[in-house]
Ligand binder design. Structure first.
Ligand code: HEC
Length: 136
């Protein structure tokens, strides 16, 4: 009877630690609040072949090392990051507004670098446009 009890306790402990580990490794972005004035911003850059190409060149040069060439969060540096950079092909990303993508790219957070001062607003909007192409 005593053995049975410790077996159950042991199994429960293993299950608990597995669920805790599972939570840590699951790519769940932490909430990242964006002020309304950014959220509702209109993208001033028209979507066409020229601006798409410009966005692609910038994205490949500046972002793909972490976010991956197709935005899956599998760039060569991604492995070394503490936080999952996100899956740009999925609904969580694609359901955000252009303004939210713009804000997060411009100001960054933790391991996500800020591009304020490194890219012009126009360049950031071009990348925001380009990253819509990752939608599955
Ligand atoms: C050094 C690695 C790294 C580079 C380079 C990088 N990012 Fe990120 N990015 C991250 C990480 C990590 C996160 C997740 C941050 C968080 O949630 O705190 C992130 C998050 C984001 C988000 C928010 C995603 C979401 O679903 O909310 C956007 C948008 C973004 N990055 C765009 C870019 C763009 C555009 C570039 C290039 C100009 C870029 N990133 C370059 C690491 C990087």
């Amino acid at each position: 009877m005593r053995n049975f009890k410790s077996l159950i306790t042991g199994a429960a402990a293993i299950m608990l630690s597995l669920s805790v580990l599972g939570q840590n490794s699951a790519p769940q972005p932490k909430p990242w609040p964006v002020p309304d004035e950014f959220k509702n911003m209109k993208n001033p850059v028209a979507k066409n072949e020229t601006t798409n190409k410009a966005g692609q060149v910038l994205y490949t040069k500046l972002c793909a090392s972490c976010h991956g060439k197709t935005g899956l969060g599998d760039g060569v540096k991604a492995r070394m990051l503490k936080d999952f950079p996100g899956d740009f092909s999925g609904a969580f990303y694609q359901n955000q507004t252009d303004g939210e993508h713009f804000y997060k790219t411009k100001f960054g957070r933790n391991e996500m670098p800020k591009y304020e001062g490194k890219c012009t607003d126009e360049e950031i909007w071009q990348m925001v446009n380009y990253m819509r192409a990752f939608k599955k």
